[in-house]
Design a protein around this ligand. Structure first.
Ligand SMILES: C[S@@+](CC[C@H](N)C(=O)[O-])C[C@H]1O[C@@H](n2cnc3c(N)ncnc32)[C@H](O)[C@@H]1O
Length: 132
């Protein structure tokens, strides 16, 4: 059986200098690339504290963020509200995504897939093959 478990974000402070509050280097490349392709609907899969959610929402993407950790979603939502950004927030397991096929133009799933076990990764692969 696949065991899904989120991060315990309660032990991570809301420090603006933390790596978890600053977008990863490659996300700026993806932002430019996806803007140039006129992509709009973006999923931050396993959003954590929301560093990519905020980046893409500030750049006019229609952002959905998803995480198994309630703490992660609550803190992402709080940050978005402070920035006056509207996003769609959902708590759940990435192995059972609650979205319709083709809901998104682009998905960022950074440092997340590795949080499942081998069975979970195989389950994701099987689903990918079905949808191609
Ligand atoms: C290392 S953090 C990365 C957070 C974010 N992607 C970032 O780059 O800042 C991994 C995140 O994946 C989430 N996660 C782990 N397993 C998950 C699952 N099965 N479904 C949804 N989210 C999951 C964790 O709760 C955590 O917020």
């Amino acid at each position: 059986m696949v065991k899904s478990k989120g991060w315990d974000w309660t032990i991570v402070k809301d420090d603006q200098n933390s790596i978890w509050k600053n977008p990863s280097i490659e996300s700026f490349y993806l932002l430019n690339r996806w803007q140039s392709l006129n992509f709009k609907n973006f999923l931050d899969l396993g959003c954590g504290l929301g560093r990519h959610t905020v980046l893409f929402a500030k750049n006019n993407f229609k952002v959905s963020c998803f995480d198994i950790s309630e703490e992660a979603i609550n803190r992402t939502k709080k940050w978005c509200e402070e920035e006056n950004l509207k996003c769609n927030y959902k708590i759940g397991d990435m192995l059972e995504l609650p979205y319709e096929d083709n809901s998104f133009d682009c998905i960022l799933c950074r440092n997340v897939i590795s949080h499942t076990d081998t069975k979970g990764i195989k389950k994701n692969n099987k689903r990918d093959k079905k949808s191609t």
